[in-house]
Design a protein around this ligand. Structure first.
Ligand SMILES: Cc1cc2nc3c(=O)[nH]c(=O)nc-3n(C[C@H](O)[C@H](O)[C@H](O)COP(=O)(O)OP(=O)(O)OC[C@H]3O[C@@H](n4cnc5c(N)ncnc54)[C@H](O)[C@@H]3O)c2cc1C
Length: 435
């Protein structure tokens, strides 16, 4: 690598793909050789308590796949393990960096990190540019006519669709011949990053069109393979949202609605970053949670005695995935039946879910707890036995995850009718106290 010639840098983060990557394509079209960069951010990794983390393994494999693709073009991917500011300081000292490109990320910590890097670059008179890539419509692009953000899904989704009809989707070609030519074999193992090998096997995402066409009919039945498992790819950007939306428009309106829910919660987090810690409906923060640690441990372990709840928690604990219908039930069970603060359940999911994504996790937990925007009213409480009859009538899903003989001995930890009454009374008291 000739360190005297000016270069541009593209910084990969949660957009680990070549195809239809807005910022990467723009960098490659900018006229200077592009050094692709990825940083295993120690600030993020240090917050992960469990060294067996499938997400880190997924990222490592996706990054290796990018690197291999670039090596075929006579280039490579520069990979660091450290704090982004320190990494950029080193890169600036080593190369004549003219401009840095990245795709925008809307989470509060990511916004703060990017601001820090932008000011470092500005102080050094280095240009930078950021792009919308992760979503179809970002922050202020879709507001109500009075200029305020949407807080109800249905009108938001209606406007989202209308705007998409007007503007259409554009796709972005990467001119890989403009990558900087350099040799770099350097890489990290999971152990070097402080993690262990897991059972995660990364492969490029492929749409199962037949499955997507049946999505509205099968998605609610956890025993059926009715959902796409695309979540982890959207999370780390190994697939483009524009490609997903194109497929949804052509094949299934319900699947499109789910992709819009993703953006709905992302814009909620962007406009109301306080939801990370607070209930969207503030009066719900007056609820006096029971937060019994033994009961929380039983829920985590899938030992509540309600088979569908327990099957879901065991699916999560063994695979890092849980079916959406069951996610809704277990979240409702924790917050209503056990009266445990939604933030504890949210944190447990955050530590386990392969597709963990702050906006969707927070938005859905608050939805389930009744305190979120556009949430179901608090007195609507799922009955776990009825949910089981409706969505796993033959018990196929339950058998898949509760096959140990000991399970039949687990009796329900709390009676449904009693728990329901207690939840309604407790919620009512908290909300009334706040008024
Ligand atoms: C308590 C709870 C916590 C959740 N936490 C997360 C999370 O951390 N990350 C996450 O991506 N989803 C989360 N979801 C939403 C949903 O359960 C998952 O997106 C979905 O189950 C993932 O399966 P899939 O990839 O097969 O998606 P599909 O069902 O095939 O849907 C396609 C994509 O649409 C989006 N989507 C679908 N449903 C929702 C939804 N309700 N809200 C937002 N986006 C949605 C996701 O990006 C998903 O991958 C949560 C739901 C609940 C009830």
């Amino acid at each position: 690598m000739d360190s005297a010639s000016p270069i541009h840098i593209f910084w990969f983060r949660r957009d680990l793909r070549i195809t239809d990557n807005v910022g990467f394509s723009e960098a490659l079209a900018s006229g200077k050789p592009v050094l692709p960069l990825f940083i295993f951010d120690t600030d993020i990794l240090s917050r992960l308590d469990d060294p067996y983390d499938r997400r880190v393994d997924f990222i490592l494999q996706a990054v290796a796949s990018l690197k291999a693709s670039f090596q075929k073009m006579g280039s490579s991917l520069k990979v660091f393990h450290g704090n982004p500011k320190a990494v950029f300081k080193d890169l600036i000292a080593e190369h004549q960096v003219e401009k840095v490109f990245w795709n925008r990320d809307y989470e509060p910590d990511a916004l703060a990190r990017d601001e820090e890097i932008a000011s470092l670059l500005e102080n050094q008179q280095i240009a930078w540019a950021s792009y919308k890539d992760q979503v179809i419509f970002e922050g202020d692009e879709l507001l109500k006519s009075n200029g305020e953000p949407y807080t109800i899904y249905t009108p938001y989704a209606k406007r989202w669709r209308a705007k998409l009809d007007q503007e259409g989707l554009d796709f972005h070609q990467a001119k890989l011949e403009n990558l900087l030519a350099f040799e770099d074999e350097g890489y990290f193992s999971l152990e070097e990053l402080g993690f262990q090998e897991t059972d995660m096997v990364y492969s490029s995402p492929v749409f199962d069109i037949q499955q997507i066409q049946q999505y509205d009919k099968l998605r609610d039945y956890p025993a059926r393979d009715g959902s796409t498992k695309i979540g982890i790819h959207l999370r780390f950007g190994t697939i483009s949202i524009r490609e997903c939306v194109k497929v949804a428009l052509e094949n299934n309106a319900t699947w499109l609605s789910e992709l819009i829910w993703r953006e709905f919660f992302m814009q909620i987090l962007y406009h109301f970053p306080r939801v990370v810690h607070e209930s969207f409906k503030r009066e719900y923060d007056q609820i006096v949670w029971r937060n019994n640690p033994e009961e929380f441990a039983l829920w985590c372990a899938g030992e509540t005695g309600y088979p569908l709840v327990d099957a879901g928690m065991r699916e999560l604990n063994s695979t890092g995935f849980m079916h959406n219908r069951v996610r809704m039930l277990v979240a409702s069970f924790l917050t209503k039946h056990l009266l445990i603060d939604w933030r504890l359940g949210e944190a447990y999911f955050a530590s386990k879910l392969n597709d963990y994504e702050l906006a969707s996790n927070n938005g859905n937990w608050q939805w389930a707890a009744g305190c979120g925007c556009d949430a179901a009213p608090y007195f609507r409480i799922f009955n776990p036995s009825i949910q089981q009859q409706k969505f796993d009538k033959q018990g196929e899903y339950i058998q898949r995850w509760l096959d140990d003989k000991a399970y039949t001995a687990v009796s329900p930890m709390v009676e449904h009718a009693f728990a329901r009454e207690r939840a309604i009374a407790t919620y009512k008291k908290g909300i009334t106290a706040a008024k």
